[in-house]
Design a protein around this ligand. Structure first.
Ligand code: ZN
Length: 59
């Protein structure tokens, strides 16, 4: 099942959307986006929030 993360869930107004086969892969993509687009350092706390915002792609 494809995992999906919409950054707007965590950063209001951001339209970035990431997809990956696994949660870990998606977390890695999100970390790159967070740093490049938001200048955010991915702390364990932020990683937990991101993990909570990841959902399965709806059919
Ligand atoms: Zn974003």
């Amino acid at each position: 099942m494809t995992k999906v993360l919409e950054c707007g869930t965590l950063v209001p107004g951001c339209t970035w959307r990431g997809e990956a086969a696994t949660e870990d892969e998606l977390l890695a993509k999100a970390a790159v986006h967070a740093q490049e687009a938001h200048g955010m350092e991915v702390t364990p706390e932020l990683a937990e929030k991101v993990r909570g915002a990841i959902h399965d792609q709806r059919a």
